[in-house]
Design a protein around this ligand. Structure first.
Ligand code: HMG
Ligand code: MG
Length: 313
């Protein structure tokens, strides 16, 4: 692994759009994904195979996968909460085999759980232990079918229902997801309440001691509610992490984390990285235009400071 290279996982089309008030047509979601791919991003979350009763905004992800452009060197993960979600995805993949020499609709899923039972129940209607038991066969079958599997742990710093979170619990759940076969675990500061200090304490615990997780197996997934997104990303990078989840225009939020705003903006993180000794893919000017465009389409404010600065020049 080139330690200078930072992977950007663009989560705008999933984390961003799952929280919008209005239902967004699949064609607009596909257009967003197409533009992000053309701007040079190499991992773009394309949607979720979750219950449409729970998150109506993610219904139609099957249509999005069929409509969007597939770049052979881009991964388009989709969230899968349980076997029903994986069954639905596998049925879609089975009935849409790739044409000769073309990539499949997707080659990756992301499974998700949390560091507190309260959040896990609010988000997926089960405890952490139940969710791990539920996810184990999902991960096994996905791996058997040749899909890559990423894991998420939510509320790694603060839980909207129970407050401060024990970093030891974050480590335990992260380990469980890696042991199951996830190639990487993304640590979600879901509420965006983290600061460089609490993020550092949490990462020291997760990476340290017996069974410490190497930074190459971790990703930073930080929401920007308190404006700490960029400094928290820098804190994670300084501790050796090299994968960062971001959302163009700072889109996003979790429907089950009241008051939380979007992810740290792709443009803001790239502006920092492209003026550092580190390297990250993506055409910053093009991404600023995409952030501006999608914010207007969704009739929301562009939350990216960098994006607004570039567009206002
Ligand atoms: P449940 O109600 O307990 O599900 O929900 P169930 O198994 O009892 O089934 C109830 C009905 O839902 C059944 O239908 C199932 O078939 C159907 P019926 O027989 O009554 O007609 N169903 C499904 N339909 C479509 N796709 C499925 C599916 N599963 C069941 N996959 C469940 C449990 C996990 C499904 C639900 O709680 C759920 O979908 N939760 C997802 C919530 C979500 O998407 N949250 C946002 C993503 S996570 C996030 O944003 C955090 C992250 O960004 C990191 C961070 O920031 O921290 C990743
Ligand atoms: Mg999130």
């Amino acid at each position: 692994q080139n330690s200078k290279f930072v992977n950007i996982v663009e989560v705008g089309p999933r984390d961003g759009l799952q929280n919008e008030k209005f239902i967004i047509p699949p064609a607009l979601k596909a257009e967003l994904i197409n533009r992000l791919g053309r701007a040079g991003l190499r991992t773009i979350e394309a949607g979720s195979f979750v219950s449409p009763e729970w998150v109506p905004q993610m219904a139609g992800t099957d249509e999005v996968l069929k409509l969007m452009e597939k770049h052979p060197d881009v991964h388009y993960p989709v969230l899968v909460p349980n076997m029903k979600g994986l069954d639905n995805l596998l049925a879609l993949l089975g009935s849409n085999p790739p044409a000769e020499g073309q990539p499949p609709l997707t080659d990756e899923i992301a499974v998700f759980t949390a560091a507190t039972d309260a959040f896990c129940k609010a988000n997926t209607n089960c405890t952490i232990a139940e969710s791990l038991a539920r996810l184990e066969p999902v991960v096994q079958l996905a791996l058997q079918k040749g899909l890559r599997v990423r894991g998420y742990v939510s509320v790694v710093v603060e839980c909207p229902y129970t407050g401060k979170v024990d970093p030891k619990k974050v480590k335990e759940v992260t380990r469980a997801l890696l042991d199951m076969g996830c190639y990487e675990v993304s640590l979600g500061d879901t509420t965006g309440a983290g600061t460089p200090w609490s993020i550092r304490t949490m990462l020291h615990t997760v990476m340290g001691g017996d069974g410490g997780v190497p930074p190459s197996k971790l990703a930073a997934h930080f929401h920007d509610t308190f404006g700490m997104g960029v400094v928290n990303v820098l804190t994670a990078l300084s501790l050796g992490l090299r994968t960062v989840d971001t959302a163009v225009g700072g889109l996003g939020g979790c429907p089950y984390s009241p008051g939380a705003t979007g992810n740290v903006a792709t443009e803001d993180v790239l502006y920092m990285l492209q003026k550092s000794e580190l390297e990250a893919p993506g055409d910053l000017e093009a991404l600023a235009e995409i952030g501006d465009w999608i914010s207007k389409e969704l009739k929301r404010d562009n939350s990216s400071r960098t994006g607004k600065a570039i567009m206002g020049r």
